[in-house]
Ligand binder design. Structure first.
Ligand SMILES: Nc1nc2c(ncn2[C@@H]2O[C@H](COP(=O)(O)OP(=O)(O)OP(=O)(O)O)[C@@H](O)[C@H]2O)c(=O)[nH]1
Ligand SMILES: [Mg+2]
Length: 417
């Protein structure tokens, strides 16, 4: 394993997390090389001195694989493999490997395959001379087409086919979302860094038994279950894949279907490990992925988990100046503070009721039915043109949900002064 403190990468090296990643992939680390560097070298990423150190350790420990806690260009990876005479894996490759091992569902497997193909397509570059032999003429490849071009074409075709399959699954998923919307169930998504306790909290809130383990990326496929805690009504919780700093871009793109579940949520529970030393950095990494997938404008309640690992940290709800909950301190393992979390969730969902009026012509009968459905109508009168004038009271989450389903709603809704 090679982990360097690299100023140019703009993020703090976390050797412990790197070791956890390697262990989570099932690898057994026989040695670790650390160091500090301003910027990577073009040819080998490492300086020649560091390269010698790695080569020596590899021979000494008879290692089969060298893993770097950094991302390499295709040519750096190839140069290192040639020089060290063994397989080299970079950080993105390592994360992809873990995802590939964890994928269980059909969708999960396709998502991982898409990410792997995209990673591979960046590796199919000029310079792989053994792939570049000119084999023109007869056969599958067109005249004058090189092996490299044909490899690229095959990868492109496979990417297109996997994308198509994923699109179909996503369409089915969106039908599921629509039916949840119709049944008025709110979705609350658990998001956060990997291994912070999202699945443990999910199990507590929904009384289920999804896999939770002291491993990075224990959860890969999203699970949805109804909330089964006092004070939480008509709510579906969704447990999702955890994030990590510098999540490979190919994974974010490939996991779009899974991540879309997050975007459809009415409320996010952003789970943090209160006992982690770099909790703020982890929060920033998660926030930047949320921003990237367009979920940064969804209201989020922070959940500081694992308070049992801290000295004298009572479970509590932190509130903003208006008295609204912003964070809850809990231990999902011991169950402490979980009642406070349920209270805070129901407050978030019910708080800040919107009161307003709207006129509904007969053409918008389905919107009127929806407002009745969610119990928002407080008064109604119908004028002689058949236009219904309704007074409504609803919370902001229902408001957002109805606005999403009925594009006209936000335009015709007038907030009562
Ligand atoms: N001490 C302590 N450990 C906890 C607590 N909550 C969860 N854990 C442990 O933390 C580890 C990770 O828990 P998970 O629920 O799998 O975490 P996750 O966020 O779902 O992780 P990924 O799915 O891998 O991203 C498990 O070993 C849990 O037993 C807690 O409140 N206190
Ligand atoms: Mg999990």
């Amino acid at each position: 394993m090679v982990s360097l403190r690299m100023q140019a990468e703009g993020w703090e090296e976390n050797v412990k997390e790197f070791e956890e990643l390697v262990a989570s992939s099932g690898g057994y680390a026989v040695g670790l090389v650390t160091g500090s560097k301003k910027a990577p070298e073009a040819r080998f990423f490492l300086s020649l001195g560091k390269l010698d150190e790695v080569a020596l350790l590899r021979l000494e420990k008879s290692a089969d694989l060298i893993i770097l806690n950094h991302n390499l260009s295709a040519s750096q990876e190839r140069n290192l493999e040639e020089h060290l005479k063994c397989k080299v894996l970079d950080r993105n490759g390592l994360i992809l490997e873990i995802f590939a091992q964890r994928a269980r569902t059909h969708e999960g497997k396709l998502q991982v395959e898409l990410a792997q193909l995209k990673h591979l397509s960046t590796r199919l570059i000029r310079g792989w001379t053994h792939l570049e032999r000119q084999k023109g003429g007869i056969g599958l490849r067109g005249p004058g087409e090189t092996q490299l071009e044909s490899d690229r074409r095959l990868v492109r075709a496979r990417i297109a086919s996997v994308r198509n399959k994923l699109l179909k699954i996503r369409q089915q998923r969106s039908l599921g979302r629509q039916s949840r919307c119709k049944s008025n169930a709110l979705t609350i998504s658990l998001v956060g860094y990997t291994n912070v306790g999202k699945s443990t909290i999910f199990n507590n809130l929904t009384k289920s038994g999804v896999y939770a383990a002291d491993k990075l990326f224990a959860t890969l496929d999203p699970t949805m279950r109804r909330g089964k805690v006092k004070g939480i009504r008509n709510t579906v919780f969704s447990d999702t894949v955890g994030f990590i700093r510098q999540l490979p871009h190919s994974l974010i793109e490939a996991f779009q279907g899974t991540l879309e579940e997050i975007c459809g949520a009415a409320l996010l529970l952003h789970v943090l490990d209160a006992s982690a030393a770099d909790v703020e950095l982890m929060k920033d990494s998660v926030d930047s992925v949320l921003e990237e997938i367009g979920a940064d404008n969804i209201r989020a309640l922070i959940v500081y988990n694992k308070v049992d690992l801290l000295d004298h940290c009572p479970c509590r709800i932190d509130r903003d100046g208006d008295g609204n909950p912003v964070a809850v301190w809990v231990s999902a393992e011991t169950g402490d503070g979980m009642d406070l979390l349920a209270n805070a969730i129901s407050e978030c969902v019910e708080y800040d009721s919107l009161i307003g009026k709207l006129s509904l012509p007969p053409a918008l009968a389905s919107l009127r039915a929806e407002l009745y459905n969610c119990g928002a109508v407080t008064k109604e009168s119908i004028d002689n043109q058949g236009v219904s004038l309704v007074d409504v009271k609803m919370n902001s989450i229902e408001y957002a949900r109805v606005s999403k389903r009925f594009k006209e709603f936000a335009d015709i809704f007038t907030v009562a002064s």
